[in-house]
Design a binder for this molecule. Structure first.
Ligand SMILES: *[C@@H]1O[C@H](CO)[C@@H](O)[C@H](O)[C@H]1NC(C)=O
Ligand SMILES: *[C@@H]1O[C@H](CO)[C@@H](O)[C@H](O)[C@H]1NC(C)=O
Ligand SMILES: *[C@@H]1O[C@H](CO)[C@@H](O)[C@H](O)[C@H]1NC(C)=O
Ligand SMILES: *[C@@H]1O[C@H](CO)[C@@H](O)[C@H](O)[C@H]1NC(C)=O
Ligand SMILES: *[C@@H]1O[C@H](CO)[C@@H](O)[C@H](O)[C@H]1NC(C)=O
Ligand SMILES: *[C@@H]1O[C@H](CO)[C@@H](O)[C@H](O)[C@H]1NC(C)=O
Ligand SMILES: CC(=O)N[C@H]1CO[C@H](CO)[C@@H](O)[C@@H]1O
Length: 926
């Protein structure tokens, strides 16, 4: 989606009627450049170094501007325009010039007082702020700093530029605008026709300040600005507005005018907003509409887009992600002007239409009423996405011959048949993954695709890729290759010359043998994502891997790699964010050289033969979210030094040789974000770490992130861990950030379960089984209302099962077996679903489902959700029950622990009888 959006933005740039580039032409009759201005220009340009240009400029091959030389007439330099009368420099276009470095606040640029147009777009100004001195260009009409890495607050002085006609500061994602400055700008810049601020942070902007936009405005572009609140209605009535793009402001609400709406709007983007849109109404009103982007919108009205066929002028249409069903509106393809069509993520059915001549049209209309026809190849189409629908059938031949196509997305449908030879050499991005394509993919299919950068063919189980992976001399421009789950047995040979490869996913195949060293050579400067997870790789991980200095994500998990982890991997972590080597045969120690500034976010080494201690240098990795060292032979004491990692959510030390007591936190706010901790199957001893439990803030707030299900990890990478949940091993492919579990099972923890455990209210799983815990089950367990599994088995717990547990309505798994619990098993709700195996080995428990009955009055079951009031026990038989309960009963804070003493010493049996007998009237001590 991100890439698509990116493309969209690039693409829409291009589709603007007048590119500002063309307006900087050099007039042959201009007088010579003034010498002070010439040196100011040179000084300005030379204050930057010249390096790589912005990706946008590469993509569209912007010409270099090389003619700036001392001693030549500056009015003849590329991108410089002088006034024909005075010789003053009035326009500078240094866009896409690869300028690197900050703009100094005292730069000589500001001495060029006569500037009317300044374009510094697509350079790298390294987080410079926009100096207030920009406000000194009194007669400036055009200012363009798009995508040039300027940051900071938008200066109020820009509103001094009262002649400004066009302002473009878009794409500077670290720049902010606050309401007062935007308000001032809008009030003072009354000549403004273009206001382009997309991707600038407007989180705190109050949308009402947009109400007074100048009526001369023709273009307003505020896509992805984090705008929220209600979009002013009157903007839809601005008499000259042709371009309105406010999409991807997820919390922006508003509605379209319902009457008297006549507008010259040609381009409208409302995708991914909360606008209510009556699409048929919109289409019948906007007669001049050429671009319409309403992906992921709140559409009201018809669910079948027949009305779309009325859009006969349309060139750009995005109705993705809207639950449209039925046949695709293929007639759109008859629009010769159509350049962009996104129908992805709907429920469209049927087959792609055939393109037909008049003759065959007559023939086929006779015999197949189903088949759809379009007049001719949509020859201007640049982007076609049909991803995520229910389309089937084969890909008709016209699709392979659209002359200008840049992107084709057919993934996630039910297409069948062969993939044919692509005839369009312009194609940049192709995805056919998650379909039922079959047959042999010959390398010649791709031989014409000289510009292809993105290829995703993964998950077509019947596709044979052997001749494709053994081919050489194809796809030399490839940046991203996805061949996951494709039955391939080797790393594709053509990658040997793929010097631009950035993203390589070969996971879940049958690749065998060693990791070839040429991969480390080819991807040296570019490869950032590399997964060969779930293959049959053998041998060691070559230290050459550390050549891949751009790596952010490395996944070699689930192979048969052996030997040591190259120690240099620790040093790679000034870029590396995710390192996954789990389930191999690696031995030796965990790399120790994590340096300050380490960027690591997840480190998964589960299921190897690693030994030695954990390296303390991991604390340099301040962004760590997930650490999984489970199932190794690592020893040492509890790594409490990890407690200062503010982002740490998952800590898994399961099945190692850790030992010793956990002790107390050393800092005030230990593990503030921890949600999953698994220390099971080690040799930890001592008391349960009450002081840590008291601070596990992320486990306390049950409602914090309920609303939407958020998964951990970036969009390109989802975390997964294996946990024991409800008694079974379960691999959680995506860790719900809601999931919180504690597993301390199979250690030697002793003492009682602290009451404070009841404050960890977002816990879904709690496992203290197979330890030496004593005392009663705290009543506070009844507060853990999200609990789905609870295992306290094989300890020495005593007392009754707190009746409060009946209120744990999510509880699906309960194991209290092999303890010294006694008394009546609570009845009702979930407790009716647990069987004997939840309780066996507790000789004192009685009632359903145990065969042992509870004394004489089984008829009197406690009401399911009754909670025990202290008052219930006061003054019966002249005895002060409250005191007794506080002193000896389970589940009352002060009495914790004493309960156990009472029974292990077998002491005041009578008291126990009275207490429990008094409560349920049916306890019989063994
Ligand atoms: C509006 O523009 C005028 C003329 O340039 C300027 O003097 C004034 O300070 C500006 N007002 C604001 C609020 O910026
Ligand atoms: C800003 O400059 C870039 C690069 O020249 C151009 O593509 C874009 O259209 C300009 N913005 C405006 C609003 O003209
Ligand atoms: C939308 O608003 C809600 C509530 O104010 C907020 O939690 C959420 O993060 C916002 N969503 C986006 C994408 O900004
Ligand atoms: C589409 O066009 C047809 C024929 O011109 C017209 O009857 C219908 O109302 C139009 N639909 C919309 C939504 O404009
Ligand atoms: C598109 O072409 C097909 C086939 O000729 C035809 O049936 C259909 O009516 C056309 N649609 C439009 C809107 O022109
Ligand atoms: C294609 O999908 C349609 C609608 O879901 C279905 O009726 C048809 O049988 C499918 N055709 C094939 C070849 O699978
Ligand atoms: C042109 C000019 O005066 N440039 C100076 C601007 O300020 C920086 C440091 O703040 C100096 O290094 C430049 O020489």
């Amino acid at each position: 989606m991100g890439r698509i959006l990116c493309f969209l933005i690039f693409f829409l740039f291009l589709s603007l009627p007048n590119s500002s580039l063309s307006s900087f032409s050099i007039n042959s009759s201009t007088p010579l450049c003034l010498s002070d201005q010439s040196s100011a220009l040179l000084h300005f340009r030379n204050s930057f170094s010249v390096g790589n240009s912005n990706g946008y400029c590469d993509y569209y091959s912007y010409p270099p501007k090389n003619s700036w030389k001392k001693g030549t007439d500056c009015c003849g330099w590329d991108g410089v325009t002088c006034d024909s009368m005075t010789g003053h420099v009035i326009a500078i276009d240094l866009s896409c010039s690869g300028l690197h470095g900050p703009i100094h606040p005292n730069t000589t640029l500001f001495s060029l007082r006569h500037l009317q147009r300044l374009n510094l777009a697509y350079n790298h100004f390294y987080g410079s702020t926009i100096s207030s001195k920009f406000g000194g260009f009194a007669i400036m009409t055009h200012l363009n700093l798009t995508d040039s890495s300027v940051t900071g607050n938008f200066p109020s002085e820009i509103s001094h530029l009262s002649k400004l006609v066009s302002l473009d500061l878009s794409g500077n994602i670290d720049m902010r605008i606050e309401t007062p400055n935007l308000k001032r700008l809008i009030q003072n810049l009354t000549h403004l026709t273009e206001l382009v601020l997309y991707e600038i942070d407007m989180t705190s902007v109050s949308t009402s300040c947009l109400t007074n936009l100048s009526s001369s405005l023709t273009s307003l572009r505020l896509t992805s600005c984090q705008l929220k609140g209600k979009f002013p209605d009157n903007i839809f009535h601005l008499p000259n507005l042709q371009i309105l793009r406010v999409g991807y402001n997820y919390n922006l609400t508003g509605s379209l005018p319902t009457y008297n709406w006549s507008t010259p709007l040609e381009s409208l983007t409302l995708s991914e907003t909360e606008f209510s849109i009556d699409l048929p109404y919109l289409i019948s009103n906007l007669k001049s509409l050429k671009d319409l982007l309403v992906g992921g919108c709140n559409l009201i009205g018809s669910s079948y887009p027949t009305f779309l066929s009325n859009l006969t002028q349309i060139t750009v249409l995005d109705i993705s992600d809207n639950n449209f069903g039925g046949q695709c509106p293929w007639s759109l393809l008859n629009n010769t002007g159509l350049t962009f069509l996104d129908l992805s993520y709907n429920n469209f059915i049927g087959q792609l239409p055939e393109v037909t001549t008049k003759l065959t049209q007559i023939l086929s209309s006779n015999n197949s009423s189903n088949s759809q026809l379009v007049n001719k190849i949509p020859s201007n189409l640049k982007y076609l996405s049909l991803s995520g629908n229910l389309l089937n059938g084969t890909i008709p031949s016209w699709v392979y011959t659209i002359p200008s196509l840049l992107e084709l997305h057919l993934d996630d449908n039910q297409f069948t048949g062969h993939i044919d030879e692509f005839q369009h050499n312009s194609l940049v991005s192709l995805s056919v993954s998650f379909n039922n394509f079959s047959g042999n993919v010959e390398s010649k299919i791709f031989s014409k695709l000289k510009s292809l950068r993105y290829l995703d063919m993964s998950n077509n189980p019947h596709l044979s890729l052997h001749s494709f992976t053994s081919a050489t001399n194809i796809l030399s421009k490839i940046h991203s290759l996805q061949l996951s789950s494709s039955n391939i047995t080797e790393i594709p040979q053509f990658l040997r010359t793929a010097e631009y490869i950035e993203y390589l996913d070969l996971s879940n195949n049958h690749i065998k043998g060693n990791i070839p060293s040429w991969v480390m050579e080819v991807g040296k400067d570019s490869l950032y994502y590399f997964s060969v997870s779930r293959n049959n790789l053998t041998g060691h991980i070559p230290s050459l891997i550390c050549n891949l200095s751009s790596l952010i994500f490395l996944d070699f998990s689930y192979n048969r790699l052996n030997n040591m982890i190259p120690p240099c991997l620790g040093k790679l972590s000034d870029n590396l964010k995710d390192l996954n080597l789990q389930s191999n045969n690696l031995n030796g120690t965990v790399p120790t050289t994590f340096a300050k500034g380490c960027q690591l976010r997840s480190l998964k080494l589960n299921g190897n033969q690693l030994e030695g201690a954990l390296p303390q240098s991991l604390v340099h990795c301040r962004n760590l979210e997930a650490l999984d060292f489970g199932n190794n032979k690592i020893n040492g004491t509890f790594p409490c030094w990890l407690e200062t990692l503010l982002e740490l959510r998952v800590l898994i030390l399961r099945s190692n040789n850790f030992h010793g007591a956990i002790g107390n936190p050393k800092t005030k706010f230990p593990f503030p974000n921890l949600r999953i901790i698994d220390l099971s199957h080690n040799e930890f001893h001592g008391l349960l770490p009450t002081k840590f439990f008291m601070h596990l803030k992320a486990m306390m707030n049950a409602n914090a992130d309920k609303g939407e299900l958020k998964y951990m990890g970036d969009s390109y990478y989802q975390d997964s861990v294996t946990l024991v949940m409800k008694g079974n091993f379960i691999v959680l492919v995506k860790i719900l950030s809601l999931l919180t579990t504690i597993d301390f099972s199979n250690n030697n923890f002793k003492g009682e379960i602290p009451n404070v455990i009841g404050e960890l209210q977002s816990l879904k799983g709690l496992n203290f089984s197979h330890n030496n815990l004593i005392g009663c089950m705290p009543q506070s367990l009844g507060n853990l209302t999200n609990l789905e599994w609870l295992d306290l088995s094989s300890n020495k717990l005593t007392g009754e099962i707190p009746i409060q547990l009946v209120d744990l309505t999510m509880l699906a798994f309960l194991n209290l077996s092999e303890n010294h619990l006694f008394g009546h098993i609570p009845q009702g709700k979930q407790f009716n679903t647990f069987m004997n195996d939840s309780y066996y080995g507790n000789l004192g428990l009685c009632g359903f489902p145990m065969t042992k009955a509870c004394g004489n009055d089984e008829g009197q079951q406690p009401s399911p959700s009754s909670t025990i009031q202290e008052d219930d026990f006061e003054f019966e038989n002249g005895f002060h029950w409250k005191v007794v309960l506080l002193g000896y009963g389970c589940g009352f804070m002060f009495g914790l622990g004493l309960g156990y003493l009472v029974f292990s010493s077998g002491k005041p049996k009578w008291l126990v009888n009275i207490v429990y007998g008094g409560r349920h009237n049916k306890l019989r001590r063994p």
